[in-house]
Structure formats: C-alpha cells, structure tokens
Write a protein that binds this ligand. Structure first.
Ligand SMILES: CC(C)(COP(=O)(O)OP(=O)(O)OC[C@H]1O[C@@H](n2cnc3c(N)ncnc32)[C@H](O)[C@@H]1OP(=O)(O)O)[C@@H](O)C(=O)NCCC(=O)NCCS
Length: 330
C-alpha cells in the first residue's frame, strides 16, 4: 500500500539538516502523544549525525518524494557482525503511507549480508512500532534497562581519583593504542559472537564526542573499557548528562573491581566537565550485570524493548554472562 510517490537512497551530508528537522518534529509529536507535554525538542546537532552516519555511511537512508522533499530517514550501523537500526522517523502527517516499512526493507537489505545479529530498540508505549517490526521479521528479546548514575549521590564512592591516573585512549602512545584496540575487539567478541566495538570507539574519538577509559589487568592485557560521551547530541541541552555508549568487561576478569575502576574514571572526568548524571543502558541478556550496576550506584529510569530479527544467531535470544553495556538505538 503506497499512496505516496517516493524513492529511497543513501543519506548524504547535504541531507543532514532535513534529517535533524524531521527527527525533532516526529519525536516532539511522539513524546506529546505518549508521554507528557513538552516544549519542542531541539534538533540534533549536525556533528552528532555525522558521527552516527560515519560508522556505516551506506547504511543510512532517506526517502525522497517526487517533489524532492524528504519524507523519512533511517539511521543504521554495524559493530562487527552485529547490526542495528534506529533512530528512524517519518513526518507525523505522512505516517501510515508505507514510507517507514519501505525504509526498514531497504535497511535490512543492507544489513543482512553484513550481520549475523540484526536488532533494534523501541519505546514500550509504541504498539504500532512493535507491529511494524514484527511484520518485518523481528521478535522481542530481553528488554534494556536505561540506568542513571547521579554524580552527586555517588561522590563519596567515586570521587578522589587524580586526573593523571585516568587511563584515556586519547592519551595513549601508538603501541598502547594498538594493544588497546586489539583488547577492545577481543572483549567484544567474547561477550557476543561477531561483536566488535572498535568502530564505535574510533567514531566517538574522531568526532570528539568524549573519551574512552581503559582498565588493564595484572598481565597488562585489557580487562575493560568504557566510552563516555560528554558532548550532548542536541543543541541547547543543559541537562548535565553524559552517556556511557559502551562499557565492556573481559569475561573472567574481576568484574566488580574493573567496573569500579571504570566508574571512578568516568565519575572524575564527568565531574571535571560539570556533568551531574551519567546514563547508560544494560540489556537483560546480561542478567547479573543489571544487579551489579544497581550495587554500583546506578538507578533504573526506564526501559526499552529490544527486538532481533528472527534469523539472528540464537545468542540474541539467550541469557549471557558478563558485563556489556550499550543501546541498540542512537
Ligand atoms: C515508526 C515510523 C517511522 C513508521 O513510519 P510509517 O511511514 O508511518 O510506517 P508505515 O506507513 O510503513 O506503517 C508501518 C505500520 O505501522 C502502522 N502505523 C503507522 N502509523 C501508525 C499510527 N499512527 N497508528 C497506528 N498504526 C500506525 C501502519 O498501519 C503499518 O502497519 P501495517 O503494516 O500493519 O499496516 C513512524 O510512524 C514514525 O516516525 N513514528 C514516530 C517516531 C518513531 O516511533 N520512530 C521509531 C522509533 S523505534
């Protein structure tokens, strides 16, 4: 059912202002309809969209109507052989005309040969989205809990690390950097088959969104890392929030000790930049990690529904061990 004449093509740099405008418009409407009254969302910065699209430039698509107007967009990325799409939007007045499902079909055509797990996260309130994704071959898997660490409430626990004890990837020499990137790949793959966070680490660094913190084990190998975004995605964001995009710990390492080390680094860097809260997401697949985060001072704030295409590796649908924090939405 297509009542709108449109074509899908790869997103380009010149599309980004229209993507930012559509995204702010549809999510303002969505929040007003499903959550609480609010002012219009500020647009996402073009830099944040450049970072997002840099991970897999060909994966990000736009729908263009016959008159040249943009009538939808979808962002997508791969982390090794794990791919996901989102965020995704069609202007409110044009929804229900087939643009969204066509964008999903095209993005799946891109991701299928490149990924063994294809996933997404969506809002629990959105029944229509669950219908759309189920028809596209996705099944619900473990929910993701979005958690928040208040830097004020946890000051006693994490304050006190001298700045020169931060182990930041950006300050590493080329040998240490190479070893860290190998460790990042190893840890990712040990947590989920095919997962590789090194592209995410490199993209955050290249676009100067924040810092990557490292923890080494007694033998000098990497035991854990965390990517902290300190730059807001939206202009005029004065919330004081930072985001842990990714935090992963080597299976078999002392998870509690490595997590505390990473959080002390994140806390000190965040506090020095004037942040007041750090958000992150932990998927329910990593059952023990959710409890560990609560013990470490995080509080649950909301949930997201995670779905994976039914032909994904079974790991997407089974409980796993370890600490692997990230969202499949961005
Ligand atoms: C999700 C979204 C991108 C889908 O785009 P779209 O162009 O409306 O999608 P389609 O027209 O292809 O419709 C897809 C399905 O959703 C249904 N649908 C779309 N809008 C709907 C609405 N407002 N209410 C109920 N169902 C709706 C359609 O009927 C269709 O279902 P069907 O295949 O059973 O007929 C769009 O609705 C949107 O921008 N929503 C707000 C932002 C959002 O939720 N983004 C995704 C975050 S995970």
């Amino acid at each position: 059912m297509t009542q709108l004449d449109f074509a899908v093509r790869v997103m380009t740099e010149s599309d980004l202002p229209a993507v930012a405008e559509i995204e702010a418009g549809v999510f303002t409407d969505w929040y007003r309809a499903n959550r609480k009254p609010q002012d219009p969302l500020p647009e996402r910065s073009l830099d944040s969209l450049r970072y997002t699209t840099s991970l897999d430039p060909e994966a990000n698509l736009v729908a263009i109507a016959a008159d040249g107007a943009m009538v939808g967009f979808i962002l997508a990325r791969t982390w090794g052989r794990v791919g996901w799409f989102g965020t995704f939007g069609v202007p409110t007045q044009l929804q229900g005309l087939g643009v969204g499902s066509t964008l999903v079909d095209h993005v799946l055509g891109y991701l299928r040969p490149r990924a063994d797990i294809i996933g997404l996260e969506t809002m629990p309130e959105s029944g229509p989205n669950l219908g759309l994704y189920t028809r596209a071959g996705f099944s619900v898997t473990f929910p993701t809990t979005i958690m928040e660490l208040s830097l004020v409430r946890t000051a006693d626990r994490y304050n006190g690390l001298p700045a020169d004890e931060l182990r930041m990837l950006g300050a590493a020499d080329s040998g240490a950097r190479r070893r860290a990137m190998v460790g990042i790949r190893d840890i990712s793959a040990a947590l989920l088959p095919g997962l590789d966070y090194s592209s995410e680490v490199a993209a955050c660094e290249k676009h100067e969104l924040g810092d990557t913190f490292l923890v080494e084990g007694p033998s000098g190998s990497l035991d854990g890392f965390a990517v902290l975004r300190t730059v807001p995605f939206r202009s005029r964001d004065t919330s004081g929030r930072g985001y842990i995009h990714v935090l992963a710990i080597r299976p078999g390492a002392d998870e509690r000790a490595v997590l505390v080390d990473l959080l002390r680094q994140v806390w000190c860097r965040g506090a020095s930049l004037g942040l007041t809260q750090i958000l992150t997401g932990i998927n329910g697949r990593y059952r023990d990690a959710t409890a560990l985060l609560l013990e470490s001072g995080f509080r649950g704030v909301r949930a997201a529904i995670r779905m994976a295409s039914a032909d994904s590796l079974p790991d997407a649908f089974t409980v796993g061990a370890g600490v692997n924090l990230s969202r499949w939405a961005g």
